[in-house]
Design a protein around this ligand. Structure first.
Ligand SMILES: *Cc1c(COP(=O)(O)O)cnc(C)c1O
Length: 356
Protein backbone atom coordinates (compact mmCIF):
# COMPACT_ATOMS: atom_id res chain seq x y z
CA UNK A 1 0.00 0.00 0.00
CA UNK A 2 1.13 3.55 -0.71
CA UNK A 3 2.36 5.31 2.43
CA UNK A 4 1.42 8.92 3.09
CA UNK A 5 4.32 10.45 5.02
CA UNK A 6 3.19 13.09 7.55
CA UNK A 7 6.25 12.87 9.82
CA UNK A 8 7.33 16.20 11.36
CA UNK A 9 11.07 15.70 10.87
CA UNK A 10 13.02 14.05 9.50
CA UNK A 11 10.26 14.11 6.96
CA UNK A 12 9.19 13.69 3.37
CA UNK A 13 11.61 14.74 0.60
CA UNK A 14 11.02 15.01 -3.15
CA UNK A 15 11.36 11.62 -4.87
CA UNK A 16 14.00 13.07 -7.19
CA UNK A 17 16.15 14.01 -4.17
CA UNK A 18 16.01 10.43 -2.93
CA UNK A 19 16.67 8.95 -6.38
CA UNK A 20 19.62 11.25 -7.08
CA UNK A 21 21.15 10.59 -3.65
CA UNK A 22 20.72 6.83 -4.14
CA UNK A 23 22.59 7.08 -7.43
CA UNK A 24 25.34 9.32 -6.02
CA UNK A 25 25.85 6.94 -3.11
CA UNK A 26 26.92 4.39 -5.74
CA UNK A 27 28.57 6.66 -8.31
CA UNK A 28 28.93 10.38 -7.71
CA UNK A 29 29.17 12.65 -10.76
CA UNK A 30 30.76 9.93 -12.88
CA UNK A 31 33.78 9.71 -10.56
CA UNK A 32 33.30 5.97 -10.01
CA UNK A 33 33.30 6.76 -6.27
CA UNK A 34 30.49 7.14 -3.77
CA UNK A 35 29.55 10.64 -2.59
CA UNK A 36 30.33 9.20 0.87
CA UNK A 37 33.96 8.48 -0.01
CA UNK A 38 35.16 11.48 -1.98
CA UNK A 39 37.15 14.37 -0.61
CA UNK A 40 35.17 17.44 0.27
CA UNK A 41 38.01 19.31 -1.46
CA UNK A 42 37.51 17.48 -4.76
CA UNK A 43 36.44 19.70 -7.63
CA UNK A 44 33.24 17.66 -7.96
CA UNK A 45 32.14 18.35 -4.40
CA UNK A 46 33.23 21.99 -4.44
CA UNK A 47 30.90 22.38 -7.44
CA UNK A 48 28.05 20.93 -5.34
CA UNK A 49 28.70 23.34 -2.47
CA UNK A 50 28.97 26.34 -4.81
CA UNK A 51 25.77 25.49 -6.67
CA UNK A 52 23.84 24.83 -3.45
CA UNK A 53 24.82 28.26 -2.09
CA UNK A 54 24.00 29.87 -5.43
CA UNK A 55 20.56 28.29 -5.76
CA UNK A 56 19.74 29.08 -2.13
CA UNK A 57 20.44 32.75 -2.92
CA UNK A 58 18.46 32.71 -6.17
CA UNK A 59 15.39 30.96 -4.79
CA UNK A 60 15.06 33.32 -1.81
CA UNK A 61 16.30 36.47 -3.61
CA UNK A 62 19.02 36.87 -0.99
CA UNK A 63 20.78 40.25 -1.31
CA UNK A 64 24.54 40.43 -2.04
CA UNK A 65 25.21 41.65 1.49
CA UNK A 66 24.32 38.23 2.98
CA UNK A 67 26.26 34.96 3.26
CA UNK A 68 24.75 31.46 3.03
CA UNK A 69 26.43 28.81 5.20
CA UNK A 70 25.98 25.04 5.50
CA UNK A 71 27.10 23.93 8.97
CA UNK A 72 26.84 20.96 11.30
CA UNK A 73 25.31 20.92 14.78
CA UNK A 74 21.62 21.30 13.97
CA UNK A 75 19.40 24.27 14.70
CA UNK A 76 20.01 23.58 18.39
CA UNK A 77 23.66 24.65 18.09
CA UNK A 78 22.44 27.94 16.61
CA UNK A 79 20.56 28.57 19.86
CA UNK A 80 24.06 29.01 21.37
CA UNK A 81 25.94 30.51 18.41
CA UNK A 82 23.45 33.37 18.08
CA UNK A 83 23.88 34.88 21.56
CA UNK A 84 27.63 34.20 21.42
CA UNK A 85 28.01 36.13 18.16
CA UNK A 86 25.33 38.83 18.57
CA UNK A 87 24.59 39.52 22.23
CA UNK A 88 26.56 42.21 23.99
CA UNK A 89 24.41 42.33 27.12
CA UNK A 90 20.72 42.01 26.33
CA UNK A 91 18.50 40.18 23.87
CA UNK A 92 14.76 39.83 23.25
CA UNK A 93 12.86 36.61 22.47
CA UNK A 94 9.29 35.78 21.47
CA UNK A 95 8.39 32.53 23.19
CA UNK A 96 6.04 30.59 20.92
CA UNK A 97 6.93 26.99 21.75
CA UNK A 98 9.40 24.33 22.86
CA UNK A 99 12.09 25.30 20.38
CA UNK A 100 11.78 29.00 21.22
CA UNK A 101 12.01 28.11 24.93
CA UNK A 102 15.21 26.19 24.30
CA UNK A 103 16.65 29.17 22.44
CA UNK A 104 15.74 31.45 25.39
CA UNK A 105 17.51 29.12 27.80
CA UNK A 106 20.78 29.19 25.85
CA UNK A 107 20.70 32.97 25.45
CA UNK A 108 20.44 33.25 29.24
CA UNK A 109 24.02 31.99 29.48
CA UNK A 110 25.30 35.17 27.81
CA UNK A 111 23.36 38.01 29.41
CA UNK A 112 19.91 39.39 30.09
CA UNK A 113 17.06 37.87 28.08
CA UNK A 114 13.75 39.71 27.79
CA UNK A 115 10.88 37.41 26.90
CA UNK A 116 8.70 40.01 25.16
CA UNK A 117 5.64 37.71 25.10
CA UNK A 118 4.78 34.06 25.48
CA UNK A 119 1.82 31.88 24.49
CA UNK A 120 2.70 29.24 27.07
CA UNK A 121 -0.47 30.08 29.05
CA UNK A 122 -2.53 28.33 26.34
CA UNK A 123 -0.16 25.50 25.34
CA UNK A 124 1.40 27.71 22.65
CA UNK A 125 -1.81 27.58 20.60
CA UNK A 126 -1.54 31.16 19.29
CA UNK A 127 1.01 33.77 18.22
CA UNK A 128 1.22 36.65 20.74
CA UNK A 129 0.47 40.09 19.25
CA UNK A 130 0.95 43.67 20.38
CA UNK A 131 4.16 43.15 22.34
CA UNK A 132 6.96 45.69 22.69
CA UNK A 133 10.52 44.89 21.68
CA UNK A 134 13.04 46.79 23.82
CA UNK A 135 14.95 49.24 21.63
CA UNK A 136 18.18 48.67 23.56
CA UNK A 137 18.29 44.88 23.03
CA UNK A 138 21.01 43.61 20.69
CA UNK A 139 18.57 41.49 18.66
CA UNK A 140 15.05 40.07 18.62
CA UNK A 141 14.64 36.31 18.09
CA UNK A 142 11.50 34.68 16.68
CA UNK A 143 10.57 31.13 15.63
CA UNK A 144 8.54 31.59 12.45
CA UNK A 145 7.01 28.11 12.47
CA UNK A 146 6.28 26.17 15.64
CA UNK A 147 6.59 22.61 14.40
CA UNK A 148 5.13 21.03 17.54
CA UNK A 149 2.14 23.37 18.10
CA UNK A 150 1.20 24.17 14.50
CA UNK A 151 1.42 27.96 14.66
CA UNK A 152 3.23 30.17 12.18
CA UNK A 153 4.26 33.80 11.70
CA UNK A 154 3.73 34.11 7.99
CA UNK A 155 4.72 37.68 7.38
CA UNK A 156 8.10 39.35 7.73
CA UNK A 157 7.64 41.62 10.72
CA UNK A 158 9.09 45.10 11.00
CA UNK A 159 11.65 45.39 13.75
CA UNK A 160 13.89 48.31 14.72
CA UNK A 161 16.65 46.09 16.10
CA UNK A 162 18.34 43.16 14.27
CA UNK A 163 15.78 40.40 13.67
CA UNK A 164 16.85 36.75 13.92
CA UNK A 165 14.58 33.86 12.92
CA UNK A 166 14.52 30.10 13.37
CA UNK A 167 12.96 28.89 10.09
CA UNK A 168 13.77 25.21 10.56
CA UNK A 169 10.35 23.98 9.53
CA UNK A 170 9.14 26.64 7.10
CA UNK A 171 12.13 27.69 5.02
CA UNK A 172 11.13 27.64 1.32
CA UNK A 173 7.41 27.37 2.14
CA UNK A 174 6.80 31.03 1.22
CA UNK A 175 8.73 33.98 -0.22
CA UNK A 176 10.68 35.80 2.50
CA UNK A 177 11.89 39.42 2.52
CA UNK A 178 15.41 38.53 3.61
CA UNK A 179 16.38 42.20 3.97
CA UNK A 180 14.26 42.41 7.15
CA UNK A 181 16.48 39.87 8.94
CA UNK A 182 20.02 39.92 10.33
CA UNK A 183 20.14 36.12 10.41
CA UNK A 184 17.91 33.19 9.47
CA UNK A 185 18.75 29.60 10.34
CA UNK A 186 17.37 26.10 10.50
CA UNK A 187 18.03 22.41 10.53
CA UNK A 188 17.53 20.98 7.04
CA UNK A 189 15.59 17.88 8.04
CA UNK A 190 12.11 19.39 7.85
CA UNK A 191 11.79 20.80 4.35
CA UNK A 192 15.13 20.45 2.56
CA UNK A 193 17.45 17.51 3.18
CA UNK A 194 18.25 14.63 5.53
CA UNK A 195 19.41 15.52 9.06
CA UNK A 196 23.01 16.65 9.39
CA UNK A 197 23.19 20.04 7.71
CA UNK A 198 22.13 23.40 9.16
CA UNK A 199 21.61 26.41 6.92
CA UNK A 200 22.47 29.95 8.03
CA UNK A 201 21.73 33.15 6.11
CA UNK A 202 23.63 35.97 7.76
CA UNK A 203 24.01 39.65 6.96
CA UNK A 204 27.63 40.73 6.70
CA UNK A 205 27.33 43.96 8.65
CA UNK A 206 25.33 42.41 11.49
CA UNK A 207 28.48 40.60 12.66
CA UNK A 208 31.47 41.81 14.64
CA UNK A 209 29.59 43.69 17.38
CA UNK A 210 30.64 41.60 20.39
CA UNK A 211 33.95 41.55 22.25
CA UNK A 212 33.90 38.12 23.86
CA UNK A 213 36.24 35.36 22.72
CA UNK A 214 34.30 33.02 20.45
CA UNK A 215 35.49 29.43 19.90
CA UNK A 216 36.64 29.02 16.30
CA UNK A 217 33.96 26.52 15.30
CA UNK A 218 31.18 28.63 16.84
CA UNK A 219 32.25 31.84 15.12
CA UNK A 220 30.26 32.67 11.96
CA UNK A 221 33.29 34.53 10.63
CA UNK A 222 35.28 31.27 10.46
CA UNK A 223 32.72 29.63 8.20
CA UNK A 224 32.18 32.72 6.05
CA UNK A 225 35.90 33.01 5.36
CA UNK A 226 36.22 29.34 4.44
CA UNK A 227 32.99 29.06 2.44
CA UNK A 228 31.54 26.46 4.86
CA UNK A 229 34.68 24.36 4.32
CA UNK A 230 36.67 25.22 7.46
CA UNK A 231 36.20 21.63 8.56
CA UNK A 232 34.57 18.73 6.74
CA UNK A 233 31.02 19.79 5.91
CA UNK A 234 28.14 17.27 5.98
CA UNK A 235 28.86 16.15 2.42
CA UNK A 236 25.93 13.85 1.76
CA UNK A 237 23.24 16.11 3.29
CA UNK A 238 24.61 19.07 1.29
CA UNK A 239 24.43 16.99 -1.89
CA UNK A 240 20.84 16.07 -1.00
CA UNK A 241 19.96 19.71 -0.26
CA UNK A 242 21.18 20.66 -3.74
CA UNK A 243 18.80 18.10 -5.29
CA UNK A 244 15.86 19.61 -3.37
CA UNK A 245 16.90 23.13 -4.39
CA UNK A 246 16.94 22.05 -8.05
CA UNK A 247 13.54 20.46 -7.56
CA UNK A 248 12.21 23.75 -6.15
CA UNK A 249 13.44 25.53 -9.29
CA UNK A 250 11.79 22.89 -11.49
CA UNK A 251 8.50 23.39 -9.61
CA UNK A 252 8.43 27.08 -10.53
CA UNK A 253 10.21 28.51 -7.48
CA UNK A 254 9.00 29.69 -4.11
CA UNK A 255 5.99 31.78 -5.23
CA UNK A 256 4.51 28.67 -6.86
CA UNK A 257 5.38 26.58 -3.83
CA UNK A 258 3.60 29.08 -1.58
CA UNK A 259 0.44 28.95 -3.73
CA UNK A 260 0.43 25.17 -3.54
CA UNK A 261 1.11 25.16 0.21
CA UNK A 262 -1.77 27.57 0.86
CA UNK A 263 -4.12 25.41 -1.20
CA UNK A 264 -2.96 22.17 0.48
CA UNK A 265 -3.32 23.63 3.99
CA UNK A 266 -6.78 25.07 3.21
CA UNK A 267 -8.04 21.64 2.13
CA UNK A 268 -6.95 20.05 5.38
CA UNK A 269 -8.06 22.83 7.75
CA UNK A 270 -11.45 23.00 6.03
CA UNK A 271 -12.00 19.34 6.84
CA UNK A 272 -10.76 19.69 10.44
CA UNK A 273 -13.22 22.59 10.89
CA UNK A 274 -16.10 20.76 9.18
CA UNK A 275 -15.76 17.24 10.61
CA UNK A 276 -17.93 16.81 13.74
CA UNK A 277 -15.36 14.48 15.36
CA UNK A 278 -12.46 16.95 15.27
CA UNK A 279 -11.41 20.47 16.21
CA UNK A 280 -8.23 22.42 15.44
CA UNK A 281 -5.87 23.24 18.33
CA UNK A 282 -5.07 26.67 16.83
CA UNK A 283 -8.24 28.77 16.89
CA UNK A 284 -7.18 31.84 14.91
CA UNK A 285 -6.90 30.84 11.23
CA UNK A 286 -4.28 33.57 10.77
CA UNK A 287 -1.97 31.81 13.24
CA UNK A 288 -2.32 28.34 11.71
CA UNK A 289 0.78 26.82 10.18
CA UNK A 290 0.69 25.79 6.54
CA UNK A 291 3.46 23.27 7.30
CA UNK A 292 2.16 21.48 10.45
CA UNK A 293 -1.57 21.16 11.10
CA UNK A 294 -2.61 20.09 14.63
CA UNK A 295 -6.03 18.92 15.73
CA UNK A 296 -7.72 16.87 18.46
CA UNK A 297 -10.96 14.91 18.91
CA UNK A 298 -13.93 16.99 20.02
CA UNK A 299 -14.63 16.43 23.73
CA UNK A 300 -17.58 14.08 23.24
CA UNK A 301 -15.47 11.82 20.99
CA UNK A 302 -12.29 11.87 23.14
CA UNK A 303 -12.26 8.08 23.65
CA UNK A 304 -12.03 7.53 19.88
CA UNK A 305 -8.55 9.00 19.50
CA UNK A 306 -6.60 5.76 19.28
CA UNK A 307 -9.32 4.20 17.10
CA UNK A 308 -8.88 6.99 14.54
CA UNK A 309 -5.11 6.62 14.67
CA UNK A 310 -5.43 2.90 13.96
CA UNK A 311 -7.94 3.55 11.20
CA UNK A 312 -5.73 6.13 9.49
CA UNK A 313 -2.65 3.95 9.88
CA UNK A 314 -4.59 1.15 8.17
CA UNK A 315 -5.18 3.53 5.25
CA UNK A 316 -1.44 4.20 4.84
CA UNK A 317 -1.04 7.36 6.95
CA UNK A 318 2.33 7.57 8.70
CA UNK A 319 3.34 10.04 11.43
CA UNK A 320 0.00 11.70 12.28
CA UNK A 321 0.20 11.14 16.04
CA UNK A 322 0.44 14.56 17.71
CA UNK A 323 3.51 15.51 19.73
CA UNK A 324 3.30 14.17 23.30
CA UNK A 325 3.01 17.71 24.69
CA UNK A 326 -0.15 18.45 22.66
CA UNK A 327 -1.77 15.04 22.08
CA UNK A 328 -4.25 14.44 19.29
CA UNK A 329 -2.97 14.58 15.75
CA UNK A 330 -0.48 16.45 13.64
CA UNK A 331 -0.06 16.27 9.89
CA UNK A 332 3.15 17.78 8.60
CA UNK A 333 2.45 18.89 5.07
CA UNK A 334 5.83 20.06 3.83
CA UNK A 335 6.66 21.17 0.28
CA UNK A 336 7.35 17.63 -0.94
CA UNK A 337 4.05 16.19 0.33
CA UNK A 338 1.76 15.64 -2.69
CA UNK A 339 -1.83 16.91 -2.50
CA UNK A 340 -2.92 13.28 -3.03
CA UNK A 341 -1.68 12.48 0.49
CA UNK A 342 -3.83 15.28 1.93
CA UNK A 343 -6.80 14.00 -0.06
CA UNK A 344 -6.21 10.49 1.29
CA UNK A 345 -6.10 11.82 4.88
CA UNK A 346 -9.29 13.82 4.34
CA UNK A 347 -11.01 10.73 2.90
CA UNK A 348 -9.98 8.75 6.01
CA UNK A 349 -11.38 11.51 8.26
CA UNK A 350 -14.68 11.56 6.37
CA UNK A 351 -15.01 7.75 6.31
CA UNK A 352 -14.26 7.51 10.02
CA UNK A 353 -16.92 10.13 10.73
CA UNK A 354 -19.46 8.23 8.63
CA UNK A 355 -18.72 4.88 10.30
CA UNK A 356 -18.96 6.21 13.85
C1 LIG B 1 13.33 20.62 14.62
C2 LIG B 1 13.47 22.02 15.06
C3 LIG B 1 14.60 22.46 15.77
C4 LIG B 1 15.73 21.54 16.19
O1 LIG B 1 16.52 21.22 15.12
P1 LIG B 1 17.82 20.30 15.30
O2 LIG B 1 18.43 20.37 13.95
O3 LIG B 1 17.34 18.93 15.68
O4 LIG B 1 18.68 20.88 16.36
C5 LIG B 1 14.68 23.81 16.09
N1 LIG B 1 13.70 24.66 15.77
C6 LIG B 1 12.59 24.26 15.11
C7 LIG B 1 11.54 25.27 14.76
C8 LIG B 1 12.44 22.93 14.73
O5 LIG B 1 11.35 22.53 14.06
Amino acid sequence: MKKHNFYAGPSILPQITIDNVAEAVKDFAGTGLSVMEISHRSKEFIAVMDEAQQLFKELLNIPETYHVLFLGGGASTQFTMIPMNFMKSKSAYLNTGSWASKAVKEAGLYGEVVEVASSKDKTFSYIPKGYDVPADADYFHITTNNTIYGTQIREDIDCKIPLIADMSSDIFCRPVDISKYALIYGGAQKNLAPAGVTFVIVKEDALGKVDRAIPTMLNYRTHIEKGSMFNTPPVLPVFAALQTLKWLVSQGGIEKMYERNLAKAALLYDEIDRNKLFKPTVGDPGDRSIMNACWVMNDEFKDMESAFLDYATGKGMVGIKGHRSVGGFRASIYNALPVESIEALIAAMKDFEKNN
